[in-house]
Design a protein around this ligand. Sequence first.
Ligand SMILES: NC(=O)c1ccc[n+]([C@@H]2O[C@H](COP(=O)([O-])OP(=O)(O)OC[C@H]3O[C@@H](n4cnc5c(N)ncnc54)[C@H](OP(=O)(O)O)[C@@H]3O)[C@@H](O)[C@H]2O)c1
Length: 157
Amino acid sequence: MINLIWAMDEDNLIGKDDKIPWHIKEDLLYYKSKTKGQTVIMGDVTYFSLKGYYKDKPLPYGKIYVATLNDNLKIDDGIIVRDLNKFLNEIDEDIFVVGGLSIYKIALKYADKLYISFIKGHHDGNVYFPKIDFSDYKLIWENETDLVRYTLFERIR
Ligand SMILES: NC(=O)c1ccc[n+]([C@@H]2O[C@H](COP(=O)([O-])OP(=O)(O)OC[C@H]3O[C@@H](n4cnc5c(N)ncnc54)[C@H](OP(=O)(O)O)[C@@H]3O)[C@@H](O)[C@H]2O)c1
């Protein structure tokens, strides 16, 4: 099962340089409740951004895969993936794709479930999620607060 999880605002904004454009604690807690201890895959930009944030503390996931096209990259807390399409085609365990843009773009066609936090309002940034064809998905759960509409979509075709 391939799960994508991300937060985007009303303009599909997901990033400001290598950072998240907003600080919304409840969304961070929601994200953590879904991904803590899970197998995840992320691009190396997102990986190094998270490492900068967590500093010496371990990243709060289970098994970590990091996608890169760089033959020389070595990491000590995860497994390098050099062919993301092959990896996503062959994986037979539950995995969360946690970003960033390049990885979401490739993974979207493999996604069984989308955990999307729709952040209310318009924010300042420069990285945008591509348009999604929601007719491929069915909304199976949602919960709305003043700041965020949390949703879960399941693929139907
Ligand atoms: N709002 C959210 O929920 C959310 C979540 C996560 C990230 N983000 C945002 O996303 C942005 C980062 O996105 P990004 O696209 O710059 O970085 P990224 O997806 O984290 O990493 C990109 C890297 O992935 C590697 N890559 C690309 N295609 C590949 C392939 N086919 N196979 C293997 N590796 C491949 C390349 O590494 P090499 O260059 O080393 O070859 C590329 O530089 C930031 O703004 C971040 O804040 C937002």
